[in-house]
Design a protein around this ligand. Structure first.
Ligand SMILES: O=P(O)(O)OC[C@H]1O[C@H](OP(=O)(O)OP(=O)(O)O)[C@H](O)[C@@H]1O
Length: 184
C-alpha cells in the first residue's frame, strides 16, 4: 500500500501546487450541503460513504445536513495506494438493507468513473429506489465512463493527480485541508 517514505511524502507536497485552498473547500461544502438539503431533506436517505477517500467529505459534509438521514459505508478501492487505477476491489459492502431506499453515495473524487458506476450499480441491484451521488472533486478529462456523473459536485480539477481532503498520494496526505496537484 505505502511504497514511499514520510520524507518523500513531504517532498511531494513541497513541489505540489495548491489548486483549491482550505477556504475554497469549506465554501464548496456549504454549497453542496445547501443543494443536497434542497433535494433530499424529505427523502429519508441512506448515505453511503466510500472508504477510504470519502472519510473527510463525510466528516465535514454530514454535520452541515440538518435533516434525518442514516449513515453506512462501503469500502472499495481500485487505486490501492497507487496513482493509476485498476480493477475495483471490494473490502466491505453496506450493512443496511438497500431495498426501496433513497441512497446518497459520497466519494472524494470522480475521476474515470468506474468506482461510482460500480457502487451505483450495486445499490440498484440491491433494490435501492433512487441513487444520488455527491463528490467533493470532479476531474476534467474525456476518459470518464459514459453517462457517469455526480448529482452534487463540490469542485472541479484539471487532469492531474490530486491529493488532500481525503485523497491520498501513495497513502499519504489525506489529512490536508486543501487540495494539491502534482504532475507525474
Ligand atoms: O473515478 P475513479 O477513477 O474510479 O476513481 C475514483 C475513486 O478512486 C479513489 O479511491 P481509491 O481506489 O484510490 O481508494 P481510496 O478511497 O482508499 O483512496 C477515490 O476515493 C474514488 O473512490
Amino acid at each position: 500500500m505505502t511504497d514511499i517514505t514520510p520524507t518523500e511524502a513531504r517532498q511531494v507536497l513541497e513541489r505540489a501546487e495548491c489548486v483549491h485552498s482550505a477556504e475554497v473547500v469549506q465554501d464548496s461544502l456549504d454549497s453542496m450541503a445547501t443543494a443536497i438539503t434542497e433535494r433530499m431533506q424529505d427523502a429519508n436517505p441512506l448515505v453511503i460513504s466510500v472508504m477510504t477517500g470519502a472519510i473527510v467529505l463525510a466528516g465535514q459534509l454530514l454535520p452541515r445536513l440538518h435533516f434525518p438521514l442514516q449513515l453506512d459505508y462501503v469500502h472499495a478501492t481500485r487505486y490501492r495506494g497507487r496513482t493509476k487505477g485498476g480493477e475495483l476491489y471490494w473490502i466491505n459492502r453496506p450493512n443496511f438493507p438497500l431495498k426501496g431506499r433513497t441512497v446518497l453515495i459520497l466519494d472524494d473524487i470522480l475521476d474515470e468513473g468506474l468506482t461510482l458506476e460500480a457502487i451505483k450499480d450495486f445499490c440498484l441491484q440491491e433494490g435501492a429506489a433512487t441513487v444520488y451521488s455527491a463528490v467533493l472533486v470532479r476531474k476534467r478529462h474525456d476518459r470518464c465512463v459514459d453517462g457517469v456523473e455526480a448529482d452534487f459536485t463540490g469542485l472541479q480539477v484539471e487532469d492531474r493527480y490530486v491529493f488532500g481532503c481525503g485523497m491520498d498520494y501513495h497513502g499519504y496526505h489525506r489529512n490536508l485541508p486543501a487540495i494539491y496537484a502534482v504532475d507525474e
